[in-house]
Design a protein around this ligand. Structure first.
Ligand SMILES: NC(=O)c1ccc[n+]([C@@H]2O[C@H](COP(=O)([O-])OP(=O)(O)OC[C@H]3O[C@@H](n4cnc5c(N)ncnc54)[C@H](OP(=O)(O)O)[C@@H]3O)[C@@H](O)[C@H]2O)c1
Length: 247
């Protein structure tokens, strides 16, 4: 029996940003432990078919897709009732990076980043909290960033979204502790994913300069597999060395 069977409220999770990168790695890790995953993203690809050797141990019936553009808050709010109700673990991971001076952002670009990285998470949590409380508890895992801890050059809008998530997590944790809802936050440093595909910088080549999505999935698994009285408020994960290159 999986270690999660003893520590999670039920065997169903919702993972946002599950089409690739960190969210897909978390989804696979949960399914490997017998948890059914509803994945949220705009576009699912062939990568989400569980037919490769490495995934042969996973029952493909454990994965279902709930396509949505999380930057469209009004559309999201309208279709919340079509989400599966019985979710014990909510993994708020979807997001993207956009960097540059504040003056370089248009107003729609600011709104899109804040709506995707922050507001959609508040809406989904507001939807699931009463359901979790009714069910006797739950787990909320928030994928933050090192940018939730330290501001830096060209990071004003992205850091605003991630710092806000951290304050959200802290307040939510205080509000929910009597309802057996654990709130965990994972703050990754650079992870080798499509995150950097639209950016003009990336970690230096070499495994010591970036994490893999699986490293973050392992941190999530660790947090979720602790006894229910143990809350990993924040786990910060970094590669051994830090260095970036311009593209
Ligand atoms: N990679 C890093 O270095 C790093 C470091 C710290 C924190 N993070 C955080 O980790 C999270 C996952 O990033 P990643 O590295 O896995 O990047 P990724 O490979 O680009 O994956 C991003 C995921 O978010 C989804 N997503 C983005 N915009 C969306 C939207 N409008 N609606 C619905 N889904 C959306 C994407 O799906 P679709 O494109 O199919 O919609 C995809 O599944 C993000 O919150 C990011 O800020 C990443």
């Amino acid at each position: 029996m999986s270690s999660l069977a003893h520590t999670l409220i039920n065997s169903a999770a919702l993972v946002t940003g599950a089409s690739k990168g960190i969210g897909w790695a978390i989804s696979q890790e949960l399914m490997r432990n017998g948890i059914a995953v509803t994945g949220v993203a705009r576009t699912f690809t062939k990568h989400n078919k569980l037919d490769s050797d490495v995934n042969s141990a996973i029952d493909s019936r454990l994965f279902s897709q709930w396509p949505a553009d999380l930057s469209d808050i009004d559309a999201l709010a309208e279709k919340l009732s079509t989400l599966p109700a019985n979710i014990g673990t909510l993994v708020l991971n979807a997001g993207y990076g956009q960097f540059g001076g504040l003056e370089q952002f248009s107003v729609p670009q600011i709104r899109q980043l804040i709506d995707t990285n922050l507001v959609s998470n508040l809406i989904l949590t507001k939807h699931y909290l009463p359901l979790m409380k009714q069910a006797g508890g739950g787990d909320i895992v928030i994928i933050g960033s090192e940018s939730a801890l330290q501001g830096g050059k060209a990071g004003s809008v992205y850091c605003a979204s991630k710092f806000a998530l951290r304050g959200f997590a802290q307040s939510l944790r205080a509000d929910c502790s009597t309802a057996n809802v654990r709130v965990h936050m994972i703050n990754p440093g650079p992870v080798n994913s499509d995150f950097f595909s639209t950016l003009n910088f990336a970690p230096q080549s070499g495994e010591e300069f970036s994490l893999q999505p699986q490293d973050i999935a392992q941190a999530v698994l660790y947090a979720l597999s602790q006894p229910r009285n143990v809350v990993n408020e924040e786990i910060c994960v970094q590669p051994m060395k830090r260095s970036f290159k311009k593209k």
